[in-house]
Design a protein around this ligand. Structure first.
Ligand code: AMP
Length: 278
């Protein structure tokens, strides 16, 4: 064990509740930490901007970093241990090896088949599964808390834990609802990039989800979502109704469904989702 791992191990209780984040904490993160604190376990929050989930053209270098504020917010919300590892602790073999590891990782089907985030961000789930797996190995949590804001990510991590039952034994993946601004905008660390001009258009995904809820059929819901996103002058990556578990095409056998959206606004990517119908 490295000195940092030893220090972490010394601070950890038995099966803590764990909230992994990339920092720039907002009320969405705070809600996860509060949920964790309500479970009666020690609460561990990690802050690590994970290089392996960013593609070379993405915003790793400029991802918002607000460490001092994050520490205060996490503590106030109920964190007992705030784990801010260096890259060498998470990836002892170095970032090149880690990138190769991310590319080679065996992903669950929900990370490869839906054609949603997996199609738009080809690096993404390899990097997410690599880092979350590594953080789980270091922290050995009981409950692990994730936001439904990143719905496919939540389903991917749940599947990963189920599929690697031996490695991740004792971990329960818990999803918490999306926290929104009063007008409905889903909170996100990247919202700091919205300007007075783009803030109103960023409501497109939320309004599209509301419109989907009024539609009679999944097909009509998809058409309504596209219409609303167009009206906000957003570039649609996907706006679909899918099976809520597999995120593949809906069937008509009454399984739960989910509306899922990704769109860009002057290069800023917005994602949102909600149960369908309403
Ligand atoms: P991130 O720091 O963006 O990697 O997110 C860390 C965790 O916070 C993930 O589980 C996200 O799904 C969750 N999260 C991000 N935004 C929200 C939100 N608006 N409401 C609830 N959870 C969120």
């Amino acid at each position: 064990m490295t000195a940092e791992e030893t220090e972490l191990a010394g601070a950890l209780g038995e099966r803590p509740a764990f909230v992994p984040t990339m920092g720039a904490l907002h009320e969405g993160h705070v809600s996860l930490i509060r949920h964790a604190a309500g479970l009666g376990h020690q609460v561990v929050v990690s802050i690590f901007v994970n290089p392996t989930q960013f593609a070379p053209n993405e915003d790793l270098a400029t991802y918002p970093r607000t460490r001092e504020d994050d520490i205060e917010r996490a503590r106030e919300a109920g964190a007992d241990v705030i784990f801010i590892p260096d890259e060498q602790v998470v990836y002892p073999g170095g970032s090149r090896a880690a990138e190769r590891g991310a590319a080679a990782i065996q992903l669950p089907e929900v990370a490869t088949r839906p054609g949603l985030e997996d199609a738009c961000r080809r690096h993404f789930f390899g990097g997410v599964c690599l880092v979350v797996g590594r953080l789980f190995d270091l922290v050995r949590p009981g409950p692990a808390i994730f936001g439904e804001k990143d719905y496919q990510q939540f389903m991917v991590i749940r599947s990963m834990v189920q599929e690697q039952a031996e490695r991740f034994e004792g971990i329960e993946v818990i999803g918490c609802p999306t926290i929104r601004e009063p007008d409905g905008l889903a909170m996100s660390s990247r919202n700091v990039r919205l300007t007075s001009d783009t803030r109103e258009r960023a409501l497109g995904p939320y309004r599209a989800l509301q419109a989907a809820g009024q539609a009679e059929t999944p097909r009509e819901a998809e058409a309504s979502m596209a219409e609303v996103l167009d009206a906000h002058d957003l570039e649609i990556q996907y706006a679909v109704i899918r099976d809520a578990e597999t995120l593949e095409a809906v069937s008509d056998d009454g399984r739960p469904m989910r509306a899922l959206i990704a769109a860009t606004l002057d290069g800023l990517r917005l994602i949102d989702n909600a149960p369908y119908p309403g």
